[in-house]
Ligand binder design. Sequence first.
Ligand code: KG4
Ligand code: ZN
Length: 347
Amino acid sequence: MQPILGIESSCDETAAAVLDGEGRILAEAVLSQEREHAPYGGVVPEIAARAHLAHLPGLVREVLTRAGLGFGELGGVAATGGPGLIGGLIVGSLFGKGIALAHGLPYVAVNHLEAHALTARLPGLVEGGAPFPYLLLLLSGGHCQCVEVAGVGRYSRLGSTLDDAVGEAFDKVGKLLGLGWPGGPALERLAARGDPAGFAFPRPMLGRPGCDFSFSGMKTAVAQEVARHGSGVLPAALVADLAAGFQRAVVEVMADRAGHAMAMAPRARLLVVAGGVAANSAIRTALAEAATVWGLPLVAPPIRLCTDNAVMVAWAGIERLRLGLSDGLDFAPRPRWPLEELAGGGA
Ligand code: KG4
Ligand code: ZN
């Protein structure tokens, strides 16, 4: 297969990548819009859409130049078609379709969650390629779910969050502690200086059957603790203890939920973690330990492939094209697009 161009624009990262037919990365680029959204404490959809429109054409030209390729040498275009913010999805999808139409290339509308789910199969991450079936924990700012991956397009959701996504909980608690947005990375750094036993925050769902998650109770407990200290600036040591206590609660719940998920998917051969929260080393360590109990290796792709990127989109495109799956140019971007609604090939 000739090289594939991947485009990602579903949230606040504009990204483009070119992979060769085997999935080796020829060039990749990610432009984070973090600075544009930070003053608003979260992603503003209209700002995101305009930023994708402003940056995507330059980014695609840049990756093609670095890969030393022209549009005519591509074997296909894969662009995120959902789920995500509709403005960005329209920008990326139309751009991808335009290239496909102009150069007579196959077009793949990639499901963003499938792209995260298949990242572990990129060449070089697991010797010989990650084998199906495996268990995926998708932990990001927008998603928190546990999925059995049986093949391309073959997913069963074993559990998901009942309220906030785990990254969203980190961001909300980060905001309560005055850490700016996104709160996850700053909160992890702060937690390293605090006492995780200083506060006994609730551990929602711990020990419950299944592997659903819930984080809003933890967040409320932190808010109540912050409120108890009045309106002044919180002492630094207290903020560190709150961060450490919150992170410990998340870690314990995460390990417990992963254990339940592995019990529910006895055929799984790997535990894979993806999404921005996979950057958290306390969570990675706890998941690795939980996986060991079940005799499974934990696969955590490098952080830059865990957070939103276009390499995973191009790779999902390659997996689909290999199975003869592509999409028509009449594909309409889907803000909501559950994994279970995907059609696929086979294991
Ligand atoms: O996957 P991602 O880049 O974007 C989407 O949400 O789709 O994930 C971003 C999320 C944010 O909520 C951020 O706070 C969280 O991942 N995050 C972390 C860490 N790094 C990023 N959460 C906890 N600890 C971290 N080190
Ligand atoms: Zn994502």
